[in-house]
Design a protein around this ligand. Sequence first.
Ligand code: SF4
Ligand code: SF4
Length: 325
Amino acid sequence: MPQLNLDNDDFRNHLYNQSKDGKRLWLYPGRIIGKFYRLRSYFSYFLLIALFGLPWLEYKGQPIFLFNVLARKFIFWGVPFFPQDFHLVALGLVAFLIFVSLFTVLFGRIWCGWACPQTIFMEMLFRKIEYWIEGNDKAQRRLNESPWTQEKMLKKGAKHALFLVFAFAISNTFLMYLMGKGDWLRLIQEPVGLHIAGFSAIWIFTAVFYLVFARFREIVCMVICPYGRLQGVLLDNNSILVQYDHTRGEPRGKTTSEQSTGDCIDCHWCVRVCPTGIDIRNGSNQLECIGCTSCIDACDAVMDKIHKPKNLIRYDSLNGGKFGH
Ligand code: SF4
Ligand code: SF4
């Protein structure tokens, strides 16, 4: 049975976005528009509309959701909870943790790829703005490495201005969930002097969201997110993950008269489009894989071109795929 090509296992020694001397390597994930990207885009539009729209809706004069920690007032799907209901919150949290664990055992990182706010904002909003203004990965790299010309200043200025606008919008939406629509409207309509703390919160959250999406990016998923770091203990061989079928793909490379190879032509498209910069062919359940499906779309496009069956990279479990791990 073909084995994973781990001759060069240098990838185990450092993060993909880190050079050997520990410096950050800026990632330029390429854009691939395939079946999964389209589905994720449609789903993300629905989620973004819900996220930005829900704080404006009221049910029986109350917000649908409210998490006002300072006033100790919580509303969940229109049902108010007070501090004396805390045991219900505790029970709800335990049930939620069990649900998340079982869901992850079954469906792996579907949440990360399809619904996590970090992925939705990064890949479906900020990254799209970046592609729109700076172009695809190669154009972005060229722009970053070029000297500061008027064109570069315009592009960078426009991009970061839009990033700030959206970070500001996210910050205000976040505050609306914390304080409710009424208090938020008062905060932005009344003199700054009456709401020093509220205005400081708006700008602190704006700065945090801007830095997360303009600078930290994949570091949030690879280093900071506790859910990502728990994957190693939540997943097993039956969990459904984005997997490379090495039994079909290896040995990778070009078939010549001297050697016959598997279906992977080693074109690196799957690596080029990965937002965390990893090579899915190094094995499933890599901590850095957020299950975004870009590598599936990229490889399917390659398989189409070389007239081979799709799904060399696909959603599967180790046991279901019989990958001979
Ligand atoms: S995109 Fe597919 S064919 Fe190309 S390197 Fe990745 S797995 Fe191999
Ligand atoms: S390996 Fe594939 S699914 Fe995982 S983060 Fe990279 S592109 Fe997304």
